[in-house]
Ligand binder design. Structure first.
Ligand SMILES: Cc1ncc(COP(=O)(O)O)c(C=O)c1O
Length: 443
């Protein structure tokens, strides 16, 4: 609850600035448009993309002609010349170009959220002065140590740009090209990574197991690991589980341990896609160490993007041997950031402050709240247990269309159910609006 209030008190500040700029921008645009229409100049086609508004083309083109030096001409904007023109142009830019692009909050994805304050201020701090590149900087070292402290072990940490790269490269490092990776039929690696795990491993095959609510069982692993032993079939080498799952459920500690045991019994490594690892920790109330290496997980891809960062995932190897040459793998795949400090610093912000867990707790709370608000509405069924930050609704196409007509965005690509995802900045008042609309559309 503390987190929800904190998030809500921040939102009106931004809103206020946006309002002021909007109020200023409206009348200025009208004045400018009428002046600029009398003053339109030849517009290079690339520039037309910037805006369809005539006044904008006019004022920006004139400035750009001077800036790029190809065709020096006096500064002339909307009928003004020289200094008045510059003042006019700058005020126009403030009133319009700097206006944040704000939509009403939607719950189509937890990627819709912005950057949390803790990550943002750490980025700002890292932006002072200069630092060596390619990870040889104090920020990367501090972020890595923050992970080691959180996970209570001396693991190897690598910072990459996104989850697809983290998963694919981590899996590739555990496999040879002739190996197989056992995964759930709903897993992101199978359904949403465009074949990247197979591509980066030079052909390791994904062996797809049936799952319930996004979870595999030790039996499904045993079945696939023993299905074929002959030379014509890819040799199973790794098991990957997603925590929390793509269906918003969370493997219990016992389930993780049982999967690890089944995997190790067949000589398989265990990889965890933790795009929403923080949400799983928040749900279970367990330490990251217990959830991973203490339970037999060899490699974790810890998601930052859905946890309040702009971008970035951390790949944690709990066995040093498995991390051998992973830096080369990242470099070859275009995942070695030259200005690494900007991938690493936001982690410092969320790990050292505890925001990683607060953010996830708030997101989970919003999902649980939404599920509670819509419980019992006739014609609406929540498909999977709401453990983490996702709620999946099954309902008629007609009701889904009505919800869309109310302006709500959601996806139905996982099994046809409408998915709503909540993030660190989800506003409970907006969650209530969604619940109210679901009720209205269904009745
Ligand atoms: C379970 C899971 N894994 C990984 C990812 C990371 O994907 P991306 O490459 O878009 O960062 C996502 C993103 O939606 C996800 O849901």
């Amino acid at each position: 609850m503390e987190v929800s209030e904190d998030v809500q008190t921040r939102a009106p500040e931004n809103f206020c600035w946006w309002k002021i700029f909007s109020w200023l921008g409206g009348p200025l645009r009208i004045i400018a448009k009428s002046s600029a229409n009398n003053n339109r100049t030849r517009a290079p086609s690339w520039h037309n993309k910037r805006s369809s508004a005539g006044w904008m083309q006019s004022s920006h083109i004139e400035i750009n002609i001077i800036r790029d030096g190809r065709q020096p001409r006096p500064l002339r904007v909307a009928g003004f010349r020289g200094l008045p023109a510059a003042v006019f142009w700058i005020s126009m830019s403030i009133a319009t170009d700097t206006r944040p692009f704000i939509l009403e909050q939607q719950f189509g994805s937890d990627n819709y959220a912005g950057i949390c304050p803790e990550a943002w201020s750490a980025m700002e701090e890292a932006n002072r002065g200069f630092a060596p590149s390619y990870g040889d900087d104090p920020w990367t070292e501090r972020a890595s140590n923050a992970f080691r402290a959180l996970f209570e072990t001396d693991c190897d940490i690598f910072f990459v740009f996104n989850g697809t790269a983290a998963n694919s490269l981590a899996l590739a490092s555990l496999c040879q090209s002739y190996h197989g990776v056992i995964c759930a039929d709903t897993s992101h690696v199978e359904t949403d990574e465009c074949g990247a795990p197979e591509f980066f491993s030079n052909g390791s095959k994904l062996l797809v197991a049936h799952s319930e609510d996004g979870k595999m069982t030790p039996d499904s692993i045993h079945e696939l690991a023993t299905k074929r032993q002959d030379i014509h079939y890819p040799k199973p080498r790794v098991v990957t589980i997603t925590q929390s799952t793509e269906m918003g459920t969370v493997y219990t500690l016992d389930e993780v341990r049982a999967i690890s045991q089944a995997s190790k019994a067949h000589g398989l490594s265990v990889h965890m896609d933790g795009a929403r690892f923080a949400n799983a920790c928040a749900h279970l109330g367990l330490s990251p160490a217990e959830m991973t290496w203490k339970s037999g997980v060899d490699v974790l891809c810890f998601g930052g993007t859905k946890n309040g960062l702009a971008v970035g995932e951390a790949v944690l190897f709990f066995d040093h041997k498995l991390a051998a040459d992973f830096d080369y793998r990242c470099k070859q795949a275009g995942q070695l950031a030259s200005k690494m400090r900007f991938l690493a610093a936001p982690w410092i912000g969320i790990l050292e402050s505890g925001a990683w867990l607060r953010n996830a707790t708030h997101a989970n709370h919003c999902a649980a709240h939404f599920a509670q608000q819509i419980a019992g509405i006739p014609g609406i069924r929540v498909t999977s247990p709401v453990d983490a930050n996702a709620v999946f609704l099954v309902t008629s196409d007609q009701i889904l269309d009505k919800l869309r007509a109310c302006g709500w965005r959601f996806y139905t690509f996982i099994g046809g159910a409408a998915r709503f995802m909540f993030a660190w900045d989800s506003d409970l008042r907006r969650v209530d609006e969604l619940a109210r609309d679901v009720r209205d559309c269904a009745t």
